[in-house]
Design a protein around this ligand. Sequence first.
Ligand SMILES: *Cc1c(COP(=O)(O)O)cnc(C)c1O
Length: 385
Amino acid sequence: MSQPFLPYNLPDIGDDEIDAVVETLRSGWLAPGPRVRAFEEAFAERIGVRHAVAVTSCTAGMHLALLACGVGPGDEVIVPAITFPATANVVVHVGATPVLADVDPVDLNLDPEAVRAKLTARTKAIMPVHYAGQACRLDEIRSIAEEAGLHVIEDAAHAFGTTYRGEPIGRARDAAVFSFYATKNITTGAGGMVTTQSDAVAEGVRRLRMHGLSADAWDRYTDAGTPFYRVVAPGYNATMSDLEAAIGLAQLRRADAFLARRRELAQLYAKVLSDVPEIALPREREAGHSWHLYVIRLRRDALSIDRDAFLRELREEGIGTSVHFIPLHYHPYYRETFGWEQGDYPNAEAAFSEIVSLPLYTRMTDADVERVADAVRRVVERHRR
Ligand SMILES: *Cc1c(COP(=O)(O)O)cnc(C)c1O
């Protein structure tokens, strides 16, 4: 009777991706080149944005975008209390200070009122996350930024396929940064993309991702180029390789099917879990959710079990889960360095004791979703108050 363990996440890699990698390997050109350019063009066209700049990760892209926007020592950057640590780490990397703001209690996105309360004369940028694939309240965040003269650098790691009021996430005045890490909506293994309507930000990121070399250095190994380049900034090494871009191009061609399947799986979860009042299901606050994550919330007053034990019992039932995310102020480094204290971000803290990310990925079958739901129901039944 025992079924194999259902992992929390699996990438969807098919023959297209495998063939594209083999073809690239055989081509003899692995460095950033024609496939990176083609991936950038296809990505920019899909989003409908002027520039897409491919980088080694979302983390690297956010770092370079902050630099390109001129964020540095003495500046403060507002980040949400619930996010992956990279969102705050990149602020530290540019010498600025991350400032935590609490999240909305329902969608766990940056709360615009909490942002307003954290503005100071030093605030230079806001970094909203589109949590789980649901767009944050971008209009309100943009108008705060406009009033106060701030940059908005969107952590769009979850937001490939997300739309906001009919427009794809990524048409950013400053920058939106996507992740192609193995678990994300489309993957290149590891990789990221900075999108922007700003010529200056695009140029800054392009220069910084490649050692600070002048733009024409791209061609230095081709018959069109020369081996000479000029260093115009002390840049980094963060350009995507053609090998990753080849995977990205293949994934992009399948993206509409991926997103449709994610939506279907989310709808199926909503249906099969609708009769379990002890858990709250995620809702689409506005149309445009890309369903990167399916995060349920335990109703602690209805259950005699805490979140960690709930995860353990699901594991014993053969179901992999995850938690997105540990609030940043729970981590020792930030607490000690920035004095962030427990009690100061009540919505993030309440959420953390309740959130469980269920498996959601395109390779899941409808039967897998039913199996997860049955396991959830059994755990709930054992621990109903
Ligand atoms: C995955 C993730 C990142 C980091 O992406 P990488 O491409 O691995 O650097 C950043 N922010 C959030 C919210 C993420 O989920």
